[in-house]
Ligand binder design. Structure first.
Ligand SMILES: [Fe+2]
Ligand SMILES: [Fe+2]
Length: 212
């Protein structure tokens, strides 16, 4: 990874600088989360270059993906409820999934210069979706493998496969690894994740008539 580099034009470079400065304030109380976010942004940019995805959009999505991580849990749940977020289960059960969804609703008003593709990637970075775009997959994978994340066998495996597997396959590795992590930790597994898993598993098996 990292064979290709990118040079942005002045407008894009200035916007990245502004996003990073804004995030430093937003996550001022969470230095580790800030470092993680900037690391995800760099990793997403590198993945984008490796897989022919727009590196600027990947970088921007990476910077902003955990924007709501400084919001206290109860406040985040209340905000999601106020926004009408409906995941089919009590939102208290899926608190770890809400920060991406809420950020995707809050941030477009703040950064109208960024396209919907960025907000969509941020929205699905916790839940994944049956119809992930390449940009969605880049952010999802980058979040899971950025170099500041302590290595586990699964993460190491995904890292070693960057550039070797197609992006869809890399995402699948990362997605399944995330489910295994939830199961091994005896944590609540969001039913929507099972639906996404089944849709993707059927597609991989060559079924074309899966329902979504
Ligand atoms: Fe996140
Ligand atoms: Fe993250």
């Amino acid at each position: 990874m990292g064979e290709r580099t990118v040079t942005y034009g002045p407008a894009e470079a200035a916007l990245i600088e502004r996003l990073e400065a804004d995030l430093s304030l937003q996550l001022a109380a969470k230095p580790k989360r800030l470092a993680h976010s900037l690391s995800v942004a760099r990793t997403a940019e590198r993945l984008a270059l490796a897989y022919d995805v727009d590196p600027f959009l990947a970088r921007a999505a990476g910077v902003l993906h955990d924007w709501e991580k400084a919001t206290p849990a109860r406040e985040l749940v209340a905000h999601a409820r106020a926004l009408g977020v409906d995941l089919g289960v009590d939102l208290d059960l899926v608190r770890p999934l809400l920060h991406g969804i809420v950020a995707a609703r809050v941030l477009p008003g703040r950064y109208p210069e960024l396209p919907a593709a960025v907000w969509r990637a941020i929205e699905v970075h916790t839940t994944a979706a049956a119809d992930m775009t390449p940009l969605d997959e880049v952010l999802f994978v980058a979040d899971g493998i950025e170099p500041l994340r302590p290595a586990t066998p699964g993460i190491e495996r995904t890292r070693s496969l960057v550039g070797k597997l197609p992006l869809d396959e890399l995402f699948w590795e990362s997605f399944v690894g995330g489910i295994v992590y939830v199961l091994e930790g005896s944590r609540y597994l969001y039913p929507g994740t099972i639906e996404v898993y089944n849709a993707l598993a059927l597609r991989r098996a060559g079924h074309t008539n899966e329902t979504r």
